[in-house]
Design a protein around this ligand. Structure first.
Ligand SMILES: *Cc1c(COP(=O)(O)O)cnc(C)c1O
Length: 398
């Protein structure tokens, strides 16, 4: 494809050319409409071109797009207030992506370690989880113990160790006085949709408090309503010390954020961290519009209500096609189907696309279903119908 003449080849060849999005549908250059349960990898929380979001972004673009953090930005302050109202007493720092949020969290861990130890460079280890994904910067990669992410780029950033998700003993053994923070996805996304169990998070919370170690949660993919709660960790009833956000927050406009609990929020002082673009007027307007629509359309309540029957339908598919589906995992509108045999996730993704349903492969032979929070019961059911046709077709083709 000509497409590749001047683009660096860091992505696999694309399946088609996307030209337009409307609601639940993404359109290719031939005008074909696809039911989009890929949502730009859990980004388009309101679907494509939600009229409220478009109006807010257009109006802000005409008013003031960017001015940097040299100046106060009212929309950014409003957004921070709203995130604090969701997360708890604390403060927010804005950036532009998931990896940048996570890098800011790793910097927070180092500042915490320095404060606790009294000296720099003694207590800086971050304990993350095997099978995690935290992004492609050196901070994010360091916390992502996967050969396909780290290979070719070593040496990694110093100071990471890894426990096993949902195995509290494996974390207990690692948290000594060199550890500044524990860092986890509340639901592992890229790794194959593995939720952290509530009991594990509760025990980890107690352990981190006891050992004066930060508990930092990566909600970049599972946050902003996708799980049926605003943050996925809410199901466990715990309170983390810091949270990373991005993907769904801007509804398609790049923005990332960290929330930090009051006790640690002053670790960052003027000059200690920053970004040129973070929390621009335009990005803040996009994110405020996402939160407006989530509230006005009661989307989180709808995700919680609609997902139960949808998950039941998907589990029904697993029972009907045991030679192709191993199990169904996830929460709300973040669902993984673990498939078999090996490599079947790529086949199912391609075959579903032929039937005009877009889904996303993930680790452990999984396909992810990531509908926008606006998806109705009927549209969820439509995904099940298309998946069933896809599985039937694949069962009948050797
Ligand atoms: C996507 C993702 C990231 C990285 O976000 P980018 O915006 O691509 O940098 C980090 N953590 C999790 C859990 C993610 O899903």
């Amino acid at each position: 494809m000509d497409h590749y003449k001047t683009l660096i080849k860091n992505y696999a060849a694309p399946a088609f050319t996307a030209v337009r999005g409307q609601g639940l549908y993404l359109y290719d250059d031939a005008g074909r409409a696809y039911l989009d349960f890929s949502t730009g990898i859990a980004v388009n929380a309101l679907g494509h071109s939600h009229p409220r979001w478009v109006a807010a972004v257009q109006a802000q673009a005409a008013e003031l797009t960017h001015c940097s953090n040299l100046f106060a930005i009212p929309g950014q302050q409003k957004l921070a207030d709203r995130l604090v109202a969701k997360a708890g007493p604390g403060r927010v720092l804005f950036c532009n992506s998931g990896a940048e949020s996570n890098d800011a969290l790793i910097k927070l861990a180092r500042l915490h370690g320095k404060r606790v130890n009294g000296a720099e460079g003694k207590r800086f280890t971050v304990v993350a989880a095997h099978n995690a994904f935290h992004g492609r910067t050196f901070g994010g990669m360091g916390a992502t113990p996967q050969e396909k992410i780290q290979g070719g780029f070593r040496p990694m950033l110093d100071g990471f160790k890894f426990g096993r998700l949902n195995d509290i003993k494996s974390f207990e053994e690692l948290i000594d006085d060199t550890v500044a923070a524990v860092f986890l996805e509340s639901i592992q996304g890229e790794g194959g949709v593995f939720p952290a169990e509530p009991q594990f998070l509760q025990e980890l919370r107690a352990l981190c408090t006891e050992r004066n170690t930060l508990l930092m949660l990566d909600e970049v993919q599972c946050g902003i309503g996708r799980s049926g709660h605003f943050f996925a960790f809410e199901k466990s009833g715990i309170q983390p010390d810091a949270i990373g956000m991005a993907k769904g927050l801007g509804g398609g406009f790049p923005i990332g954020a960290i929330w930090v609990a009051e006790a640690y929020a002053e670790l960052f002082q003027p000059g200690s961290h920053g970004t040129t673009f973070g929390g621009s007027p335009l990005a803040s307007a996009a994110a405020n519009a996402v939160l407006d629509v989530i509230e006005e359309e009661e989307l989180i309540e709808k995700v919680a209500a609609n997902s139960a029957p949808w998950h039941a339908e998907l589990k029904g598919l697993a029972e009907k096609y045991p030679s192709q589906i191993d199990c169904v995992r996830g929460a709300g509108y973040m669902v993984g189907l673990a498939l078999k045999p090996e490599g079947h996730n790529l086949k199912v993704t391609a075959a579903a696309r032929e039937k005009q349903l877009l889904i996303v492969p993930a680790g452990h032979n999984v396909v992810r279903l990531l509908p926008p929070l606006t998806a109705t019961q009927e549209q969820l059911n439509q995904s099940v119908t298309i998946l069933e046709e896809t599985l039937t077709t694949l069962a009948n083709t050797p």
